[in-house]
Design a protein around this ligand. Structure first.
Ligand SMILES: [Zn+2]
Length: 313
């Protein structure tokens, strides 16, 4: 009952926000969109232990055992590739699934929640720790260890990274570079979690990828208007809102449009803290179907890195 109420409430919230976005977009809808502008879609998926509706780890991995297959079947329908950001515990236990995805062209990146290292058991623990709050040495230990675990389990070394709860700072970037990483995707433009002890991205309004040293930062696509943030993410935005975001960037940007859609693999199972899994899969299917009508190329983070290197010369 409570679960149904929460799901309905988040649905109403998404629809209300979508209404305001529609108002904003009226002016753009009258203008023509440059059909020649290339559009690249990157799908980045946080892949970790199941959590309940209070964001507590529940010690199971149903989302890996069955959720990944559900999501992948939608990707296969539209010939999409994804970048799965996996935690070391997932790599340890499910390397065969990850290797299979890697072999078919998906990318496996690294995702770290510090509690994996700071607690003897991460089951029944609410995610509250941020990598960016640890010293550089402690971050180095966690990143080095996680990278080794993934490499040992899967037989390849990850080159893309996302910090758990987006907790990244300059030390993290420096340690990532030391460990051979090429891409980070932890920046959430306009978001501010500092009250919760987390990162403040409110001074990073730009969703366009940029280099920091050798690391390509690929921010998550979040559109900010009238004090509200709209994520390009099926679990928190309706299909209509996501279409509006795409069309805004197609109209506004003169160069290539790069969209970074993020979500969790756990959003494909029930329960999860974000959305009903059926609704999530329906929205994902609908938005990918729309994207195929406007000639979008779906690539992995590594492929984007190669592309950006060429563009930057
Ligand atoms: Zn995570």
């Amino acid at each position: 009952m409570i679960m149904q109420f929460m799901t309905e409430l988040s649905g109403i919230k998404a629809l209300t926000k979508g209404f305001f976005l529609n108002l904003y977009f009226r002016k753009y809808k009258k203008k023509s969109i440059d059909q020649q502008n290339p559009i690249y879609l990157i799908i980045t998926i946080d892949t970790e232990q199941d959590v309940d509706q209070q964001y507590q780890n529940i010690g199971t991995y149903r989302n890996i055992e069955s959720g990944i297959e559900t999501i992948s079947s939608v990707f296969d329908k539209y010939t999409c590739k994804a970048t799965w950001m996996v935690t070391p515990d997932v790599a340890k236990q499910y390397s065969e699934i990850l290797k299979k995805m890697h072999d078919k062209g998906d990318e496996i990146g690294c995702h770290i929640h510090p509690e994996f290292f700071t607690r003897s058991s991460i089951a029944h623990l609410r995610h509250t720790e941020y990598l960016c709050n640890f010293s550089k040495d402690e971050q180095r230990r966690m990143i080095k260890k996680s990278t080794e675990i993934i490499e040992r389990a899967c037989g390849f070394r990850p080159v893309s990274f996302r910090s758990g709860r987006f907790g990244l700072n300059n030390e993290t970037l420096s340690v990532l570079q030391e460990n051979g990483y090429l891409i980070d995707s932890s920046v959430c433009p306009n978001m501010n979690w500092s009250k919760d002890g987390g990162p403040d991205w409110s001074h990073y309004p730009n969703t366009i990828p940029y280099f920091v040293g050798n690391i390509l930062e690929v921010p998550i696509t979040i559109f900010h208007v009238w004090g509200m943030n709209y994520w390009f993410r099926p679990s928190v935005s309706t299909t209509s809102t996501m279409k509006n975001i795409i069309d805004y960037f197609r109209f506004k940007l003169k160069g290539p449009v790069i969209l970074n859609m993020m979500f969790h693999s756990m959003e494909s199972i029930t329960p999860n803290p974000y959305i009903s899994s059926n609704e999530m899969i329906t929205r994902l299917d609908d938005i990918l179907s729309y994207l195929t009508t406007i000639n979008v190329k779906c690539i992995t983070l590594s492929e984007l890195y190669d592309l950006m290197e060429k563009i930057e010369g």
